[in-house]
Design a protein around this ligand. Structure first.
Ligand SMILES: *Cc1c(COP(=O)(O)O)cnc(C)c1O
Length: 360
């Protein structure tokens, strides 16, 4: 469901897919009079665990909160190191710093923009307590090399719910996995997150730490709970998920078909990809000029990662992340796009002055 288009408003880079069912679900919770964490959250957690086929799912107020709680539940703290990729949003850096552990940045694979297991290996020390593996843009990371590291792996599925590696859902490989339901993620509750794990110990620690009230003892805890309004909306979105992914894949195949022969590198084709982002490699073309030309044609393109972490922290040694940051641009792809909008996007990319049609 999208707002009606006028010709002046550009096509947003991203928009949630929302309908009357979400509105009804939230209204039903409001009418019930019980709006904070309660039985809707319990039901959503149950449904989420069932969808992934894992034993435990625990709701949280955001993806960042979910990762923070996971690190705490794993007893990670001062003196410990956590490896995260540099080509990712700063949420990961924040969560590691919240627990006062040391973030260790790893480079990414040139072709995919996903964390590189070979680079991770070089950065492991006796103090490494976990590796966070985000499946960026909905493209599943090949998990085998990470599972072979012999370290606890936390999957970050904020962009990858429903994607699969070797036929298995992302979020089911690690010791724990986190999800985000921010407004523009694959499914949304406005803000929200989830921790998923097969470990009863981690699940119960996360449950306990997200809530400060009615505890038997005192220690520093958090208020990271999800509301029943969010959970009711999340269940409607989870019901929609298969259709949302089908739609993403259908738009992606249309883009692949229509962009064939353009002098631009298209995303990795992978049957497990859900195309949370359609990321193209415009190497040789100035990214800013490209985005400006697309904007003039009514299409808002963005960097898929606004700035890699090593740039914020002023550290060198991440050539592939550096190059991804310069080369990669995300073209709007989301289920709320209308056919007319898809046509406008295709036309804008195909006729961009930067790309030559190569014989194909
Ligand atoms: C969005 C996102 C997060 C953070 O989730 P929030 O719900 O915004 O806190 C973490 N990791 C990745 C890869 C994300 O895309």
């Amino acid at each position: 469901m999208g707002a009606d288009r006028d010709n002046k408003t550009p096509i947003q880079h991203s928009r949630p897919f929302l309908g009357e069912k979400e509105a009804e679900a939230v209204a039903r919770v409001i009418r019930s009079g019980h709006i904070a964490q309660g039985k809707e959250v319990n039901r959503f957690e149950g449904r989420f665990a069932e969808y992934l086929g894992v034993s435990h799912a625990v709701g949280a107020s955001s993806g960042t909160a979910a990762l923070h709680l996971t690190l705490l539940a794993m007893d990670i703290g001062p003196g410990d190191e956590v490896i995260i990729p540099t080509y990712v949003c700063t949420a990961l850096l924040n969560a590691v710093l919240y627990v006062r552990a040391e973030p260790v940045l790893a480079d990414v694979c040139r072709e995919t923009g996903n964390i590189d297991p070979e680079d991770v290996k070089k950065r492991i020390t006796a103090r490494t307590k976990a590796v966070v593996v985000p499946h960026m843009f909905g493209l599943p990371v090949k998990m085998a090399p990470f599972l072979d590291l012999g370290l606890p792996i936390i999957e970050d599925c904020a962009q990858s719910i429903g994607s699969t590696d070797e036929g298995r859902l992302t979020g089911t490989f690690g010791i724990a996995s986190i999800f985000s339901f921010y407004a523009t993620k694959v499914i949304t509750t406005g803000e929200g997150g989830m921790v998923v794990t097969g470990s009863r110990k981690i699940a119960s620690a996360v449950r306990e730490l997200r809530e400060y009230d009615k505890q038997k003892d005192y220690k520093v805890r958090h208020n990271y709970k999800m509301t029943d309004m969010q959970a009711a909306m999340g269940m409607v979105q989870l019901d929609r998920l298969p259709a949302l992914i089908r739609k993403r894949r259908a738009i992606a195949s249309e883009f692949f078909r229509r962009f064939k022969g353009l002098s631009v590198n298209l995303p990795s084709k992978n049957p497990g990809h859900i195309y949370y982002r359609f990321v193209v490699d415009i190497s040789g073309v100035k990214r800013k000029a490209f985005s400006e030309e697309m904007r003039a044609r009514g299409v808002l393109c963005e960097r898929p990662v606004s700035r890699p972490i090593h740039r914020y922290l002023n550290i060198d040694g991440y050539p592939h992340a550096e190059s991804a940051w310069k080369r990669l641009v995300s073209v709007p792809l989301y289920p709320a796009l209308s056919e007319v909008e898809i046509g406008i996007i295709v036309h804008a990319v195909k006729t961009a002055s930067f790309f030559k049609e190569t014989a194909s």
